[in-house]
Design a protein around this ligand. Structure first.
Ligand code: AMP
Ligand code: GLY
Length: 420
């Protein structure tokens, strides 16, 4: 089949790379893609917002399946537009994508279907939000309702910080419409893990669990980022915790969405907190995680094209999905200034081709006069794969020693948590 992947980042590069190995896949188009995908896909510099142009491209090139990478097109309803044209899509409808697009929607669904998550209240006005903060006590978590590029969540350690977050969102409109409704949430203690699953509307098949590293500096210090590294499988999610998460969280939410006539299909990402009373939901995402994908998909032993087609057409079966008994670790190389700003145009030196046990996925690069240069905050994901996590990490870090660009920054402690 012919497949088209929408998106540009490291997640999409990994999806394209895995689809390129799928026997079921004949040709791959990436829209708008990135320059590093050009050897395995046809990269088309088109804006997915121009849906008429996109639809005629897909029809002209007999694309059988579209895979939507990032959240924005999902939340804006690209899947619905394509499906109306008879095109099969891996990704949820606009209504189903509310699980990620609206924190209030997700919390209400969890409440209605008794899915474990932090206690919360919803506010539109400053006074009552602050009263709730007083009642919940510190630490407390403040979330903008809508999409805010990962910046809409404040974990406040002091009352001042919590009040300031409320003022920012509700009085100063720092997040525009996305922040005009806020959720105040009880702080959950524990360790976080990402459990992603393939979903076809009914059937849910979990992937290997992964752990992200959201803060910019070692030891989980400094501001939040899109994710500075990941590893999989994450030993914190034992088999019995995974079963608990499936039974209490993933299966009931997928069933609930179907029951409410907005079946979820695609990749459902559950951000979980492993608390003393079991796994609880921190957030749902309606897509693959970045950089979790960079460590999950290299461990997939099955044909990704077949799985995605089955998710899109409601024909997913558990035995379609199997995993290599190995570990993967990804270290993100970020550009100068990230996450406050990003620096573009710095030449990347070193060998960037995939090697037997290390892969390089491009997140923010472009080709300039034959050389790759930085073109975003997160630049590259360097992935090591090995029988054991220690070796996978060693492989990734060893490979990084041979890559450099001006202002390059990365965490030195990716995966350390797995050994505690
Ligand atoms: P989210 O975008 O909802 O995943 O939130 C971003 C980060 O904030 C999460 O990865 C957690 O580290 C943290 N966080 C969110 N909600 C809570 C909570 N209720 N308790 C503790 N930490 C939280
Ligand atoms: N790595 C976190 C996310 O993709 O949302």
């Amino acid at each position: 089949m012919n497949v088209c992947v929408i998106g540009t980042g490291g997640r999409e590069h990994t999806i394209v790379w895995k689809l390129a190995q799928s026997a079921s896949v004949e040709s791959i188009y990436a829209i708008p893609g990135n320059d590093a995908m050009a050897n395995i896909a046809t990269v088309i510099p088109m804006d997915w917002h121009h849906s008429e142009e996109l639809i005629s491209f897909l029809k002209d090139h007999q694309v059988d399946l579209v895979v939507v990478g990032p959240e924005a097109p999902l939340v804006e309803g690209l899947v619905d537009i394509l499906e109306r044209e008879g095109i099969a899509v891996f990704g949820p409808s606009k209504r189903a994508a509310q699980l990620e697009g609206s924190k209030v929607f997700a919390k209400k669904m969890m409440e209605r279907y008794h899915i474990p998550t932090a206690k919360y209240e919803v506010f539109h006005d400053v006074q009552s939000a602050k009263a709730c903060i007083d009642a919940y006590g510190i630490p407390v978590v403040i979330k903008a309702d809508g999409l805010a590029a990962g910046k809409g969540v404040i974990v406040a350690m002091t009352k001042e910080e919590a009040y300031e977050a409320i003022d920012d969102m509700l009085s100063d409109n720092r997040f525009g419409k996305a922040g005009s409704t806020v959720v105040v949430e009880e702080f959950m203690e524990g360790e976080e893990v990402s459990l992603l699953a393939f979903v076809d509307g009914k059937v849910v098949v979990p992937m290997v669990a992964a752990q992200d590293h959201k803060r910019i500096f070692d030891g989980d210090q400094g501001p939040n980022t899109g994710g500075m590294g990941a590893y999989a499988p994450a030993p914190i999610l034992t088999k019995s915790l995974e079963q608990e998460a499936m039974k209490n969280i993933l299966l009931p939410i997928v069933q609930a969405m179907a029951q409410e006539s907005m079946p979820f299909k695609g990749c459902l990402y559950a951000g979980l907190m492993i608390t003393n009373s079991g796994p609880k939901v921190v957030e749902f995402n309606a897509r693959f995680g970045d950089p979790e994908t960079q460590v999950i998909l290299p461990l997939l032993a099955s044909d990704l094209g077949t799985i995605m087609w089955a998710c899109a057409t409601g024909t997913l079966q558990e035995d379609m999905v199997s995993w290599h008994d190995r570990s993967a670790a990804c270290v993100v190389l970020a550009s100068k200034g990230y996450p406050i700003s990003s620096h573009r145009g710095d030449v990347i030196r070193g060998n960037l081709t995939d090697e037997e046990n290390t892969l390089i996925f491009h997140a923010g690069t472009k080709k300039d006069k034959g050389e790759f240069v930085t073109d975003g905050g997160r630049v590259l994901g360097v992935v090591g794969i090995a029988p054991r996590l220690e070796q996978a990490l060693q492989g990734a870090y060893h490979r990084i020693e041979k890559i450099r660009f001006s202002g390059m920054q990365y965490r030195k402690d990716i995966g350390r948590k797995a050994f505690r």
